[in-house]
Each structure stands twice: as structure tokens, then as C-alpha cells.
Write a protein that binds this ligand. Structure first.
Ligand SMILES: Cc1ncc(COP(=O)(O)O)c(C=O)c1O
Length: 483
């Protein structure tokens, strides 16, 4: 019964997991049954004891089995909706992007203002800061009308760079030199400049899986290759898999969101982030940390960017005001001592500078304390919306649906029953006036066919509830048809 066939391209421990899960699903292993001991399983399955142990630990994390001290691993009784999202499957090899056309369609859909916006990650819409920003802009215009129409310095307005440095100090206790901050056109340009500064055509760039689709487009547009690193839905990047990948591939840089990720909404525990920095240092691999969501943890505890955790790894931090204040202002930033001159040259070549009026407005917004007050008010709204959205999934979607448990941000990641193709669902949903983000765009190899990202970063209305009812009913129908 418990024989591993050793398929090529799939990690052995995953095959052990699949084998046991299949036996549980088929009823051959029932709740309360003891799994074979590590040694026994290793002999019958023909794999090593550490491989079996890794598989059992992952099954425990998925809450399908439990370990009992001195006794072994037992099958758990799992209630519907108590199932934890599985660690995602991924290719494990560097590959070019395969879902460009789908991304194009998704962008057209999510930017359509007439649709219920479940596809776009725009947390500020849940509680816009429009009035406070308007007041800040009026103050700026009154103070510096002519200057605000001019060019800013290449790396940005000193007042804003100082305010960003102060914000790091205030929220994390970390001292950042404003001279090491460069203002960019949103987080996306920060990521572009960082990547251009450290890597070239053909280089391999490691990403989490699933990951933010904008990173994948960026890597692809620079003719680089993405390689996926296994990412645990509760703990972030799996360090052992990161190390294994760095051992076997010449990875130039990693682009990770370890403070708060999109779409999983996970913060990597600080001890693991420290280990990650050590591993990167050991393999001399650069980290570009995409930290655009770091201020949006529901509990308000702002994780320290990896760059400031100590160690000697080469790290560039990328931030943005798009998720916290105003995506339309297109203001983001990089933090780096080592690469700041190179980034300044690239910034000048690509876009000269960023909008001065927006920079001055944000500097005033931060200095007045309104930014901090705004974040304090925004986080609980996002948390409430997250809970409501998860409750609607539980109410309307089939019971086999699994959801992430985000600790912040504005998105929920869903695994739908196996036969449901989220890309087809996306097309139908657009027709029904709803935008969603199908799972395929979150991986370079277009896996996650039956996954979906839903946003709760918008004002809660009856349209939201109706849209969720429609989606749940449709997924239930498709799942029933596919049997
Ligand atoms: C994880 C992540 N990084 C970066 C960005 C880009 O941010 P910006 O709008 O500031 O360019 C986004 C936007 O969706 C994102 O989700």
C-alpha cells in the first residue's frame, strides 16, 4: 500500500505526503490510526528516514496528522474548514514566465472600475486617506506653490527621505540614514531599480511561491529567469529549500516579501528571517526585500526589514506608499547603502525623478502625524474585512475550499476543489461584474490552476456580499459537475 514510485521532478518527501494523504482520503488510514514508524515507512517506501520525517512534519503542519510523545504520528479527525492550506507545489527549476497573456487579461479586468473589485490589491480603498492628503497638499501648495511644480533631486525630496527614515525609527527602532534612501515611482520601480542594480540578463532570481505577479513580470521583462522557493503558508520561505536551491543553482538574487507577503499574507518569524540572512550570506546571494506591506499587519507590529537584522548579506529594501496611502501618487523607495549610487544612475536614466508635489505632500502627511493616525484606523478595518470575507467563503464555498490565514494586508488566498479552474472562473466572473485574481498568475510555471486570490481591501457593501455568494455558488456548481 505505502510504496513511493519515485517520480522524477517531485521531491521524495512530497511523494510520501501524497501517498499518505491519498490513503487518508480513501479511508485506508482512518482518524486515530497510527502511521507506520519512521523506520518502517522508510523501509516500505524505499526512502530515507529523514525524508519520511520531513513528510510527517509537513502532514502535521497541515493538521492531517498529530504527533504523540513517545508514541508516533496519528491520523487526525479533520473538520471541514479546519484544513490548513497545503505547502504549494512548484517547479524547482528556473523557468521563463508562461502566463503573460493571462496577466494582460487580468490587468484589464481588475482595472475596470465597474466591477466588484475582488481582484485588485488596493488596501487604501478600505479606508481612503483622501481628506488628510488633500489638507496636506493644500498646505504644500500654500507654502511652496512654485517649487512644488519643479523637478525633485534624482533620489528624491530630502524632507520625504528624512520622514521615511524617521518612520523606520518610530516603528522598528532602526536608524536609517536618509542618504541611503532613494525615492522611486512606486514600489514597482524600486524593485526594478534594485534588480537592475544587482543582476543582468540570463541571471536566476529566486521568488517565493506563490508570489506577487508584478515581480514575475519584472524578472521576465529583464530576460532573467525565476526559480520558485517553497513557501509555507504560515511561516514563509522554507529555509531548508532555500539552502538546497542555492546549493544547486547559481542564484543571483532573491526577491522575497518576508515582512508581509502577497498573496499568502504571511510574516516570516524573525528567527527564520535571521537564518535566511545567514544562508544568503553563506552563498553570497543578494536579497531584494519587497516590503510594501510591512506597515499593514493587523496587530500593528511592524517587522524589522531583513537589512537591519544584522549579518553581512547584501540587501536592498523596497517600500511604497501605494498600499498604505495613495497608489496614484506613485511614490515608493529603496533603502541601500551599498547600491545607492548605482540606483541613482539608473533612476536618472529611466525616469529622471519622481513627482515633487506628491513627495512634498507625503512628507507633510507623515510629519503632521496624520499618516500614523491613518494606519491606526486602517488596520482594524482591514482585519474586520478579512474576517468577513473568510466567513463568506465558509458560508458559500464548498467545504473542501481552503483559505490562508493572513496576518495583515488585503488579500485572501484560496484553494478551490481540484476540478475548478480559476482561469475559467475569472472569465465568468468578469461577465458577472466581478474581478478576481486567478492563481496561475502567481507562479512562473502557471501552477495554482485551482487557486484564487480575493481582495478585502475595499469598502464593504452589499455588492461584496452578493459577489461572494455568486462566486461560491458557481464554484460549488463546477465542483459538483467535475465530480
Ligand atoms: C507585493 C507587492 N510589491 C510591489 C507592488 C508594487 O507597488 P506599487 O504600486 O507601489 O508600484 C505591489 C502592488 O500590488 C505588491 O503587491
Amino acid at each position: 500500500m505505502l510504496q513511493v514510485s519515485k517520480q522524477e521532478g517531485t521531491y521524495l518527501y512530497r511523494q510520501v505526503i501524497d501517498l499518505i494523504a491519498e490513503n487518508i482520503d480513501a479511508g485506508a488510514l482512518r482518524p486515530g490510526d497510527r502511521l507506520p514508524s519512521l523506520r518502517k515507512m522508510s523501509q516500505t517506501a524505499g526512502v530515507s528516514i529523514p525524508t519520511v520525517r520531513q513528510a510527517y512534519i509537513e502532514l502535521e503542519r497541515q493538521r492531517r496528522v498529530e504527533s504523540r510523545p513517545q508514541s508516533g504520528f496519528y491520523v487526525r479527525h479533520v473538520a471541514a474548514n479546519d484544513i490548513v492550506l497545503p505547502t504549494p507545489s512548484y517547479e524547482g527549476e528556473p523557468i521563463p514566465l508562461t502566463c503573460r497573456t493571462l496577466m494582460e487579461r487580468v490587468y484589464n479586468g481588475i482595472n475596470n472600475p465597474d466591477l466588484v473589485p475582488l481582484g485588485i490589491a488596493n488596501p487604501t480603498m478600505a479606508r481612503p486617506a483622501a481628506k488628510a492628503l488633500h489638507r496636506a497638499m493644500k498646505r504644500v501648495m500654500a507654502r511652496a506653490e512654485n517649487r512644488s511644480l519643479g523637478y525633485s533631486a534624482t533620489l528624491g525630496e530630502p524632507a520625504l527621505r528624512r520622514q521615511i527614515a524617521y518612520q523606520y525609527l518610530d516603528t522598528t527602532g532602526v536608524q536609517v540614514d536618509p542618504e541611503h534612501i532613494g525615492i522611486t515611482n512606486g514600489g514597482q520601480e524600486a524593485l526594478l531599480l534594485a534588480l537592475k542594480a544587482v543582476a543582468s540578463e540570463g541571471d536566476i532570481i529566486a521568488v517565493e511561491t506563490p508570489t506577487y505577479h508584478g515581480l514575475l513580470e519584472l524578472i521576465d521583462s529583464l530576460d532573467m529567469l525565476a526559480i520558485e522557493i517553497e513557501t509555507c503558508p504560515e511561516e514563509g520561505v522554507t529555509i531548508s529549500e532555500l539552502e538546497r536551491t542555492l546549493q544547486t543553482h547559481d542564484v543571483k538574487a532573491c526577491m522575497f516579501s518576508t515582512t508581509l507577503s502577497n498573496p499568502l499574507g504571511v510574516t516570516m518569524p524573525e528567527k527564520d528571517r535571521r537564518k535566511m540572512v545567514d544562508v544568503l550570506e553563506k552563498y553570497d546571494t543578494i536579497l531584494i526585500e519587497d516590503d510594501v506591506y510591512g506597515d499593514l499587519r493587523f496587530d500593528g507590529v511592524r517587522p524589522v526589514p531583513a537589512q537591519f537584522l544584522g549579518g553581512k548579506a547584501h540587501i536592498i529594501t523596497c517600500g511604497s506608499f501605494s498600499k498604505t496611502a495613495a497608489p496614484g501618487y506613485r511614490i515608493g523607495w529603496v533603502v541601500t547603502d551599498e547600491y545607492i549610487e548605482r540606483i541613482s544612475q539608473l533612476k536618472r536614466a529611466f525616469s529622471c525623478t519622481s513627482g515633487l508635489l506628491q513627495q512634498l505632500t507625503l512628507a507633510d502627511f507623515l510629519a503632521s502625524g496624520d499618516y500614523t493616525r491613518h494606519l491606526k484606523a486602517l488596520r482594524p478595518v482591514l482585519k474586520r474585512n478579512a474576517d468577513r470575507l473568510a466567513a463568506l467563503v465558509a458560508e458559500h464555498f464548498p467545504p473542501q475550499t481552503r483559505t490562508s490565514k493572513p496576518v495583515g494586508g488585503s488579500v485572501l488566498w484560496l484553494e478551490l476543489p481540484g476540478g475548478v479552474d480559476a482561469e475559467n472562473l475569472f472569465d465568468e466572473a468578469i461577465e458577472a461584474g466581478i474581478s478576481i485574481a486567478p492563481g496561475r498568475i502567481f507562479s512562473p510555471c502557471s501552477c495554482y490552476a485551482n487557486f484564487l486570490r480575493l481582495s478585502f481591501g475595499h469598502p464593504w457593501t452589499e455588492h461584496t456580499e452578493n459577489a461572494m455568494r455568486w462566486l461560491g455558488n458557481r464554484v460549488t456548481e463546477i465542483a459538483a459537475q467535475s465530480g
